[in-house]
Design a protein around this ligand. Structure first.
Ligand code: S3P
Length: 430
């Protein structure tokens, strides 16, 4: 794929689109199926770079995984069926792969090493290393045990009560995975609710796990049963179309088959609060998650809003494209309590401030957020995706409403979560 794209101001986006399968659920399905006893079937797995890193890591751990094209078959050999990998496992750009596997590997009585690309090797890993060490695993890493590569020698775990300082589903899931191997009970508590796909999937497949408010409680040792799952569409990928429809005149898009787990749909509620015409229709249950279609129409006169810290986790991955929406709203939009954005695939606060600044937007950067004044008539120019898939796609949506052409550099990053993104946009422009 070429690494830059030139985009012109677009006419209305109209029609139907199905977003790619959910990235978070795809990772989890692969991992849980790999430690189940027997054959699991995964339908609609996301075939993008991030989950493929998890798939390849599970193969490196000795799991047989067959891809028939239509479904993925995983032949798990139980909680203790994994084998010591012969080589270092490369998680690429995928924080979810690295952090969840750090938890899983902490339960294994063998040696393994996790590494990643330049971005992942700069992202904080102490947040998983610390609790996993408390459980008794041996984890060592660069820069005073804070940065990948991470070496793990697991086994002999005991349950802990862990109060996580961050609302992070990756940290929570890492501890929960290790807890499956621990003696006694493990409690993980988070300051605010992060996405709960792990807690939804595990009890359905035989783990002894329950949720009490912000606490998740697990007892180790139970076998994991094989399962069949159909992965819903990714709300975080649908978000690009929701915002595009809201800001491009006369647009109307029906986004089909989107997972609307309430821990993920903050953007939907915020858009409604800003006056956007977004509607959830035809809700149904698919493999333990609620799925629906989302109808989004262009709206005149969006109003700015303040995002409160407690709203941040439920829209954590949507901030890059939300910043684009804020540029088109009347008034000043503030985002606070979102310091986590600085440690994503890029520093998303700095990246969006600098790129939207180039388009003529008045942006103020805070350590934990941004302030954007609108509405602004965006100016086309040359923009940089900062090696970040969501920044690349958010800037591409901004380009569709900008005056003059916009070149976005580094767009091959979209393959991390959304191969075919530009084809879908082209189809919607007719
Ligand atoms: C994810 C959790 C979130 C999110 C990431 C995927 C997951 O990260 O940003 O894209 O699948 O658990 P944190 O848990 O670190 O907030």
């Amino acid at each position: 794929m070429v690494d830059s794209i030139k985009l012109l101001r677009s006419g209305p986006l109209r029609g139907e689109v199905t977003p790619p399968p959910d990235k978070s659920i795809s990772h989890r399905a692969l991992i849980f199926a790999s430690i189940a006893k027997g054959k699991s079937i995964i339908r609609n797995l996301l075939r993008a770079d991030d989950p493929m890193r998890t798939l390849n890591a599970m193969k490196a751990l000795g799991v047989e995984i067959r891809d028939s094209g239509e479904v993925i078959e995983v032949y798990g050999e139980g909680l203790y069926g994994l084998r010591e990998p012969e080589n270092v496992m490369d998680c690429g750009n995928s924080g979810t792969t690295m952090r969840l596997l750090a938890g899983l590997l902490s339960g294994q009585p063998f040696f393994s090493v996790l590494t990643g690309d330049g971005s992942l090797r700069q992202r904080p890993m102490k947040r998983v290393i610390e609790p996993l060490r408390m459980m008794g695993a041996g984890l060592y890493a660069r820069a005073g045990d804070t940065l990948a590569p991470i070496a793990v020698k697991g086994g002999g775990l005991r349950g802990i009560h862990y109060k996580s300082p961050v609302a992070s589903a990756q940290v929570k899931s890492a501890v929960l995975l290790a807890a499956l191997y621990a003696g006694g009970e493990t409690v993980v508590e988070e300051p605010r609710k992060s996405r709960d796909h792990t807690e939804r999937m595990l009890p359905a497949i035989g783990a002894d796990i329950r949720v009490e408010g912000l606490r998740v409680i697990v007892s180790g040792g139970n076998d994991i049963s094989p399962f069949e799952i159909t992965v819903p569409g990714d709300f975080s990928s649908a978000a690009f179309f929701m915002v595009a429809a809201a800001i491009i005149k006369d647009s109307e898009i029906l986004i089909k088959n989107v997972g609307i787990n309430p821990t993920r749909t903050g953007l939907f509620h915020i858009m409604k609060r800003m006056g956007a015409d977004v509607e959830i229709i035809d809700e149904r249950n698919v493999s333990g998650e609620t799925v629906a279609d989302i109808l989004c129409k262009y709206t005149e006169g969006l109003t700015a809003t303040d995002i409160a810290p407690e709203e941040v986790p439920s829209m954590i991955d949507e901030f890059p494209v939300f910043c684009v929406l804020a540029c088109r709203a009347e008034g000043t939009t503030t985002i606070r309590g979102a310091g986590e954005l600085r440690v994503k695939e890029s520093d998303r606060i700095a990246a969006m401030a600098s790129e939207l600044g180039k388009m003529g937007v008045n942006v103020t950067e805070y350590p934990d957020g941004l302030e954007i004044s609108g509405p602004v008539n965006l100016r086309g120019t040359t923009l940089e995706a900062h090696n970040d898939h969501r920044v690349a796609m958010a800037l591409s949506i901004a380009a569709l409403v900008a005056e003059g052409g916009t070149t976005v550099l580094g767009v091959s990053a979209v393959d991390i979560s959304f191969p075919g993104f530009y084809d879908r946009i082209l189809e919607l422009t007719g």
